[in-house]
Design a protein around this ligand. Sequence first.
Ligand SMILES: C[S@@+](CC[C@H](N)C(=O)[O-])C[C@H]1O[C@@H](n2cnc3c(N)ncnc32)[C@H](O)[C@@H]1O
Length: 261
Amino acid sequence: MSARHRLKSLVSPLLPLAERLVWGGERRERLLLAGLDRHYGSLLRRQWRHAPEPPHFFDHRIDGFAFAIGRAAPFPLYRGFLGAELARPGDTLLDLGCGDGFFARRLYAPRCARVDAVDVEPDAIAHARRRNATGNVRYVLMDAVADPFPSSRYDVAVWDSGLAHVSREDAEIVLAKVRDALAPGGALAGSESLGEDAGDHLQTFATLDDLASLLCRFFPHVQVRALDYELADGTSRREAYWRCALDPARLQAVAWRDVTC
Ligand SMILES: C[S@@+](CC[C@H](N)C(=O)[O-])C[C@H]1O[C@@H](n2cnc3c(N)ncnc32)[C@H](O)[C@@H]1O
């Protein structure tokens, strides 16, 4: 055995102990998590309860952390996976009303060549640029209703938790713009809570069918589904998810396959 191998066999068994001494074991992990838990709890209070005006977007580091420590169900994050799975390598994606940029950076950017993430709120874009900057995401301050999109063609568009933040008339303008901007074979995915939602919603969809009838006016292929989930504060929400396309191939490509057993 060479001297190098002898040294390695002597040192290797000690490495886990050294790692534990430097970076901590379970007790240190509990302590760090308790500290982070308090930090994110405080962040939530500062952003929502103590702010002069509550924001129109959520900082998903907060529910992401709550999920990681087992406090919150993953459902608020679900929308990002549904949008991301439509994207393919090389795609360009438009994230409408991107809020804090969490989904743009963590779910859409890794699946696409380029993401244009747009929002009308200067605070949202500033937050997204500070917390969720990455090479292939461009954060753009703009009004999705009144301003032209940053590019004229997209393979995928996502509109998460933003449809009810505009009036019905404005939603129709945005849906028509998205339809015109989608590449042949492109698709739009989105999500919105159903029923009355206290706060900043400008329109309400009572049922999935209400939502679907709006989408069907712009796209010949529309898929919808709903999910009930409990929020961290104990209240529950019924969330609608949709996918629309001019050509159904992209929707079919991510559909579950029936297996004959
Ligand atoms: C509830 S947040 C959703 C943020 C993010 N998509 C998410 O899922 O966490 C709605 C976002 O839509 C943005 N928004 C509302 N009206 C808009 C408009 N006309 N153009 C662009 N963004 C808009 C708001 O500023 C807000 O950031």
